[in-house]
Design a protein around this ligand. Structure first.
Ligand SMILES: Nc1ncnc2c1ncn2[C@@H]1O[C@H](COP(=O)(O)OP(=O)(O)OP(=O)(O)O)[C@@H](O)[C@H]1O
Length: 385
């Protein structure tokens, strides 16, 4: 939740951010100032990649730039590898080049007038006591690891988009930084290359064992790379947990809607027992497996279910048990190969289900087909409005 770093104080964190706040000034009259990061606490363990995920404008880049030392926060503290690099209380601000971090930012493109070798060797210039042969060996090693060996003498303009990204990653990794910071590093390349680079990055992380923070608004990318997901909303971290936990137990309606897709129906809590409840909805009174702590009878909110949790069979077949059943009508069916998206109505309410491309609904579905729908109780959640 908002104030939890996920780690007890004093435990082994390579990055620890406490109470970090960053505001951007407004116009000359002081109007329109923006609270971009709002009292964030975050800890990154050694070997952990934390992915900051959230919609445009929620403060991901600003938080990352504060950790990098590219922005001056208003308040709080940042420690990297046990050293305080920013503290508002103690008036500490360590310059970016002395934070021992590797950065791969969209805005930090390769220098076009330098060769691949010169670009990648550049961060080593600030490391003391490195001879020319050492530099050459380090650069060759990292280029080899990233599959771009042999391109040393080319200029960035002579590389493909994917090769440029690999070289940028090589430049970020060459100094063996204790922490890597990534800001949407793969967003400018085509989807296929992006998927490949993502997989490579995951493998590289396992080998090189770096720790870091990765900013994206791409959910799939977040799920693939994150050891821990930090979902951001309006300058705050609203949930910090594994991708599975965030998907299966979202902390709020905002998180449920942002990570994955949901169907939602308005509903008012009738009774609460433990984590479960009954909720009155236009579909009738439904049993629900998950309600947030503190929910009370009479509370208004939303009943939600993920599309893949809805069980759909042709009308007249035996519908699966496990929850209330409804008769529905297919309004659209889109075949994606591995899965099929069915848009249907039950009791006049539009919903979407994902069924396997093959299976009970694998045969071609026609608009207007009658279906039987089960909403499994353990897939139903209620969130306050
Ligand atoms: N230099 C700036 N001056 C004023 N406001 C800024 C500046 N940079 C960012 N902001 C504002 O701060 C808020 C957070 O912006 P930030 O770029 O951190 O969001 P983000 O989550 O990274 O978004 P995106 O995914 O679009 O990059 C936004 O409201 C943005 O308009």
């Amino acid at each position: 939740m908002a104030s939890a770093t996920g780690l007890p104080a004093g435990s082994d964190a390579i990055v620890r951010v406490s109470g970090l706040t960053k505001t951007y000034p407004g116009d000359r009259k002081g109007h329109g100032g923006v609270l971009a990061v709002d009292g964030v606490d975050l800890a990154v363990r050694r070997g952990e990649l934390v992915v900051l995920l959230g919609p445009s404008g929620c403060g991901k880049t600003t938080l990352l730039r504060c950790i990098a030392g590219l922005e001056q926060p208003a308040r709080g503290e940042i420690r990297i590898n046990g050293r305080t690099v920013y503290s508002s209380r103690d008036k500490v601000f360590v310059a970016p080049e002395h934070r021992h971090i590797g950065m791969m930012f969209q805005s930090y493109a390769l220098w076009p007038h330098m060769t691949v070798f010169q670009n990648v060797a550049y961060p080593l210039a600030s490391l003391e006591g490195m001879g020319k042969d050492d530099v050459r060996a380090r650069v060759a090693d990292v280029l080899e690891r990233l599959g771009v060996a042999g391109l040393d003498h080319r200029y960035p303009g002579e590389l493909s988009g994917g090769q440029q990204q690999r070289v940028a990653l090589a430049r970020a990794l060459v100094g063996s930084p204790s922490v890597m910071l990534f800001d949407e590093p793969l967003s400018n390349i085509d989807a296929k290359v992006r998927r490949r680079l993502r997989r490579e990055l995951r493998e590289l992380k396992a080998q090189a064992d770096f720790s870091g923070i990765y900013v994206t608004h791409d959910q799939e990318e977040a799920m693939e790379l994150a050891d821990t997901l930090a979902v951001m909303e309006s300058g705050r971290i609203t949930q910090l947990a594994s991708g599975r936990e965030v998907y299966e137990h979202p902390a709020s309606l905002y998180v449920a809607e942002f990570v994955g897709e949901i169907n939602r129906v308005q509903g008012r809590v009738e009774t609460v027992a433990g984590n479960g409840a009954t909720v009155s909805t236009p579909l009738g009174s439904l049993p629900v497996a998950g309600v947030p702590p503190g929910a009370r009878p009479g509370d208004a909110g939303w009943l939600t279910i993920r599309p893949e949790r809805i069980a759909v069979v042709p009308a007249g077949s035996a519908p699966p048990a496990g929850g209330p059943r409804f008769s529905g009508i297919v309004r659209d069916a889109i075949y994606f190969g591995a899965r099929q998206e069915l848009r249907f109505e039950i009791a006049g309410i539009a919903m979407t289900a994902w069924t396997a491309g093959r299976g009970p609904m694998g045969a071609p579905v026609r608009l207007g087909d009658a279906i039987d729908v089960t909403l499994p109780t353990d897939g139903l959640r209620w969130f306050p409005a």
